[in-house]
Ligand binder design. Structure first.
Ligand SMILES: Cc1ncc(COP(=O)(O)O)c(C=O)c1O
Length: 325
């Protein structure tokens, strides 16, 4: 029988700290941050929790090669490259966008990951592209493990389900959260949190701030499919309760940051000495701030903001960030 707290690799340092944020006073809420940006140095961020399960599966299946995909500055791909290499597996990444070698891409390259540059249009067909490459490698005698973008599938959901277990220790110290807020890209983080909430009978509300151009309703189908796959794979019976994905904070596009995003990065760095990233966490923080202003998160609430990482990504925005110092 699969034991979800044991049947995984230990890749990160968990539990990650929970710290009170000074910024909460400005907003009129009790604001805390879950420092998942501190879970590992080169692996840093929300992908570590997912990869503890995904790479455990890859190793259990005796795979020697891992394939995954994302943008050129993908945090997920950087973490995958790092851990797969540490586990003595080869890594191939299918990446779209600006191929300037810096930030996450610089780390991928230093670690010796094989990069396949692809176009945005090809990315829409990424499953087929990775399947084809996997078949070629398997024909050449390799055993291949394919991780979908963002590590978001049934196995990956276990990562954030397990984070809920960490919150229970805080409850014993009388800290109970009303809201958990995080960035939403491929929805593995919020879906995992929702499953963890049901597993442990928690009451908090999960709010995912959409940092993509997809509309929140498009996430519903994906989340339902992932939860259905999860139930099938692990013999569970979780309901299709959908976490809330909030639109309106992506700005011009995914991975394009605005003046407001840079300003919030600066504001949080000065008030709390925490560095947010321009692609995910700054937009999520901006969204959370606005939801408080609009009263969707009531004054006085206990709010946990999940810092999902992305720190290496700031270097790809250095020129733009400099203008806000
Ligand atoms: C730093 C960071 N935060 C948040 C997310 C979003 O998480 P998810 O894809 O699980 O929605 C990602 C990846 O997509 C990320 O790299």
């Amino acid at each position: 029988m699969f034991d979800f707290l044991k049947d995984r690799l230990t890749l990160g340092i968990f539990p990650t700290p929970i710290e009170r944020m000074n910024f909460g006073e400005k907003l009129g809420i009790n604001l805390f941050v879950k420092r998942d940006d501190l879970d590992e140095f080169l692996g840093s961020g929300n992908k570590v929790r997912k990869l503890e399960y995904l790479l455990y599966e890859a190793k259990s299946l005796s795979c020697d090669t891992v394939l995954s995909a994302g943008g050129m500055q993908s945090n997920h791909c950087r973490a995958t490259a790092y851990f797969a290499k540490r586990l003595e597996m080869e890594v191939e990444l299918f990446l779209f966008g600006n191929s300037e070698v810096q930030g996450n891409l610089l780390i991928d390259r230093l670690l010796g990951a094989r990069i396949h540059p692809i176009t945005h249009e090809e990315y829409d067909d990424i499953e087929k592209i990775m399947e084809k490459r996997a078949a070629t490698l398997e024909n050449a005698g390799h055993k291949v493990y394919v991780i979908p973008p963002g590590g978001s599938n049934a196995t990956g959901l276990l990562g954030y389900a397990s984070m809920v277990n960490e919150l229970r220790d805080w409850e014993k110290r009388n800290l109970k959260f009303d809201y958990i807020v995080c960035a939403t890209g491929t929805a593995g983080t919020i879906s995992g949190l929702e499953i963890g909430k049901q597993m442990y009978g928690e009451k908090f509300k999960v709010l995912g701030i959409n940092v993509t151009k997809k509309k929140s309703k498009e996430f519903k189908e994906k989340i339902s499919t992932m939860v259905k796959d999860f139930n099938l794979k692990f013999g569970t019976n979780f309901e299709m309760q959908l976490p809330e994905v909030v639109d309106g904070y992506v700005g011009q596009d995914y991975a394009v940051a605005s003046k407001e995003d840079f300003e919030i990065i600066k504001e949080v760095a000065l008030s709390d000495h925490i560095i947010l990233d321009p692609v995910y966490t700054a937009k999520a923080f901006k969204g959370m701030k606005d939801l408080v202003k609009k009263g969707m998160i009531p004054n006085g609430s206990n709010v946990l903001f999940v810092h999902t990482g992305g720190t290496f990504g700031i270097f790809a925005f250095a020129e733009q960030l400099k203008a806000h110092l």
